[in-house]
Design a protein around this ligand. Structure first.
Ligand code: XIL
Length: 482
């Protein structure tokens, strides 16, 4: 099912897949004979991912897996981004084309690419009215409810330990002033379908942050008020939800709202993370550039806005390519919007640790099932007064598993690379590492920086993380320059 046009948002009803196919053919033609210089290594302050990491955030992009053979595309992807979202490959129609027959080929390709390059993955999307396989579109009632819950369980289990955050439910509220749920086959199975999906996702992958994701919710309006009320209700009743995603598809008919930051903040005040999940802003030149920097500043101003994802790399990769809404032109050159985005990420310096607790080290606000509260406090290690570095771990643990976030702080000489060592308790196994290369999965393990987070200025800091089964590490990790 094609995506349904959103009133007043400039969304299109043209067959998006056909357009995507034409766009990728065009992109292929553009790529031929085009040479783009690719920096051999990225450093803090010079790429989107490294600059976001300096502020304790990520900077991601939607990826179309069939473009991973396009060298210009992959060059930009690997240089600039440290989070990826599958543009279509993890949706219901892609992952369960026939009922009970799962196809993870393309989603797995994206995860492999991310893991090989030190990127994390946002999962998108487990339950949605759109892009359902034909068999699901034809189901209703309890049969559809069971099929949806099985889908959530199977897909979240397949990717268990590999996903930073899942969009568990996408676009469940109607546009316009009613604040009502969107009518859909899923909604008609009963109003509790959303919380049922969240509970199934938590049971399948307790280490993933679970998000509700929507569009036209970026400012305060009837739709975002309705989402807010739902999240507030979920928090009060213990329904597992960790984050709200704001798609942030903007154009002149649907501009960056003046209360964007205030709206994100009120959701954070409910005790969860927010993320900008599908950012694109139609336009060009300085107007577009200014809008991008406004969005970045709004996120950076909120301690629990954990990251920003743009919905594609080059304008020609966009689902609304004619609006030229992205950061790179059709040839892969940086646009003014890229420069303003990078500058906004670097505002206040590229080497100063965040003044607010970085979102990735904040203890979780919802407790995974059967879970004790987090066992360690955020890192308190002061920066070393010499040319070395220090590292500290914060843990989010539950029975049988944990996520560890390790913060590295450079001494007065700064770092051009780092190695962190720590020891895992017997029986503990690492299942997934991001933003570092690990030497092994058990016992004494060392972690080395990846391309975009080796350079850390004097007194600055960066982070990596890993997830495992068993108990998390105890004791202070070692850190040395490399
Ligand atoms: C879009 C993709 O970019 C297109 O390639 C596809 O044809 C349709 O879906 N909201 C979402 C995304 O949550 O999944 C949509 O992605 C864009 C709107």
């Amino acid at each position: 099912m094609n995506h349904v046009s959103a009133r007043g948002s400039g969304r299109r009803t043209t067959a998006p897949r056909l357009r995507a196919a034409l766009v990728s053919i065009a992109a292929g033609v553009v790529a031929v004979g085009t040479t783009v210089a690719i920096a051999s290594s990225a450093s803090a302050g010079t790429t989107l991912g490294a600059s976001a990491a300096e502020k304790g955030r990520y900077f991601g992009t939607a990826v179309a897996v069939n473009k991973l053979s396009d060298s210009v595309y992959v060059g930009i992807l690997n240089r600039e981004f440290n989070m990826v979202t599958a543009e279509n490959e993890m949706k219901w129609d892609a992952t369960e084309p026939n009922q009970g027959q799962f196809n993870y080929t393309n989603g797995d390709r994206l995860v492999s690419h991310a893991q090989a390059n030190g990127m994390r993955v946002r999962g998108h999307a487990l339950a949605w009215h759109s892009q359902q396989p034909g068999w699901a579109q034809n189901l209703s009632g309890s049969t559809l409810r069971s099929a949806m819950l099985n889908h959530v369980t199977q897909v979240a289990t397949h990717y268990k330990g590999k996903i930073y955050a899942w969009d568990v439910v996408n676009e469940a509220f109607a546009d316009g002033g009613t604040g009502a749920r969107r009518d859909s086959n899923l909604q008609r199975t009963g109003n509790d379908w959303i919380e049922a999906a969240f509970r199934a996702a938590r049971a399948a992958d307790p280490g993933a942050k679970l998000c509700y994701n929507d569009y036209n919710t970026d400012g305060q309006n009837a739709k975002s008020n309705a989402v807010y009320a739902m999240v507030q209700d979920f928090k009060s009743r213990g329904v597992p939800i960790d984050c709200v995603g704001f798609q942030s598809h903007f154009n002149s008919a649907s501009p960056v709202p003046s209360d964007y930051q205030a709206n994100l903040q009120r959701f954070v005040n409910l005790g969860l993370d927010v993320q900008i999940t599908e950012l694109d802003i139609e336009g060009s030149g300085s107007t577009q550039a200014d809008n991008y920097s406004r969005v970045v500043r709004a996120c950076l101003a909120i301690a629990r806005c954990t990251g920003i994802t743009v919905w594609g790399i080059r304008d020609s990769d966009s689902w609304r390519a004619s609006g030229t809404p992205l950061l790179f032109d059709n040839s892969g050159n940086k646009k003014a919007a890229y420069t303003s985005t990078l500058s906004a990420l670097n505002e206040g310096g590229t080497t100063t640790p965040p003044t607010t607790t970085p979102p990735t080290t904040t203890p979780p606000t919802t407790t995974p099932p059967t879970t004790p509260p987090p066992t360690t406090a955020p890192p308190t290690t002061p920066p070393p007064g010499n040319g070395g570095c220090t590292a500290s771990v914060s843990l989010n643990s539950w029975t049988g598993g944990f996520v560890a976030t390790v913060r590295i702080t450079a001494g007065s000489a700064g770092l051009s690379g780092w190695v962190v060592g720590l020891t895992l308790p017997s029986g503990t196994l690492i299942t997934n590492t991001w933003s570092a290369q690990s030497s092994g999965t058990s016992g004494s393990v060392t972690f080395r920086n990846v391309s975009y987070n080796g350079t850390v200025g004097a007194g600055g800091s960066t982070e990596f993380g890993f997830q495992g089964t068993g108990n998390g590490p105890t004791g202070t990790p070692t850190c040395s320059p490399a």
